[in-house]
Design a protein around this ligand. Sequence first.
Ligand code: PLP
Length: 401
Amino acid sequence: MINVPFSPPDINEEDIAAVSAVLRSGWVTTGPQAKMFEQEIAGACGTDRAVVLNSATAALELTLRVLGVGPGDDVITTAYTYTATASVIHHVGARIVLVDIAADGYGIDADAVARAITPSTKAVIGVDVGGVVSDYDRLRSVAESARRSFLPKGRVQEVLGRIAIIADGAHSFGATRRGQTSGAVADFTSFSFHAVKNLITAEGGAVTWRADLGLDNEALYRDFMLLSLHGQSKDAFAKARNGGWEYDVELPGYKANMTDIMAALGRSQLRRYPEMLERRRAVALSYDSGFADLDVAPLPHSTADGESSLHLYMIDLAGRGVEQRNELISLLAERGVSSNVHYKPLPTLTAYRRMGFDIADFPKAHERYSNEVTLPLFSAMADEQVDHVIESFRNAINQIS
Ligand SMILES: *Cc1c(COP(=O)(O)O)cnc(C)c1O
């Protein structure tokens, strides 16, 4: 039987050679590879700067910290996401405010965001579910409308002068919206290079921000450097230079830097990322035509607003519901096809129920979740695997209907 894993890493000999070269170089942690990876990410996104870190979760948390978000503040995000989007709000001591998703797609409902804003609101985090960039322009105009009631705390908030619009772009590296690339659409964007994502460094992430926020890019970059490496005034690479031992600690910081081993893998992946995206697109197009006559609704990856990064092939099973969805997943598994559900809305998870969230308050998220299944989609996918998924899905959907 043909086996189809959900999202295995796409590692080739060039990736292995790039990592080996770092292992042989005598410098394995944050150094020249990480700095070059930052420049290449900024180049790919069309931003002035990027910061590479050890995860997207760290990128999101440090973004909130750079913005000065903390106890007494509210941060609004969507119920339809992975826990990391919301847990970072908790980590900085702010209050998690969850809102439902919009009537179409899987993105945050901007009208619900507008209703949830209070003078305590400091940031909104949207999520690019499946690789589709959310409508951050709309969120920014919601934040602009609330400008007069915004109470800035600290230097960065004073310059921004309004609620910050943050993208959880864990899925959307390489995606576009209205001519801009993910990373330059929201005010701040975090990316994940975790092993199941589109471009991988095993564990890893990055943060970018728009150059037109009125903020001092060098000062922001330095804030991220300090927060991500103990608050130390020099990184280990700078200290390792002859005579460069002297340093200061400016604040009790965190430890979230990316190693050169990871960065070398990321740089190697980035060199062939256009081909990887092309393969993902070809697989998604095969699925689209393979399911065109079925009563299901795959997430559109190519629209008038732009191109997604084709991270997840998400299918809406058109009202069939949880039991039939779960039965479908079992039938696929029997044929060697692994699938997933994106996402269990946060209010259905124990941690968020304990915080007082009730899924009954998020009807759209509950409805979308109940009918969602995600099929395997990865750049190293063979044609016969694609054909097997199409055949298996068509069989399974007929059995459950
Ligand atoms: C994977 C993921 C994260 C976390 O990424 P890490 O790099 O593992 O921290 C955050 N948000 C979403 C939507 C994700 O899919």
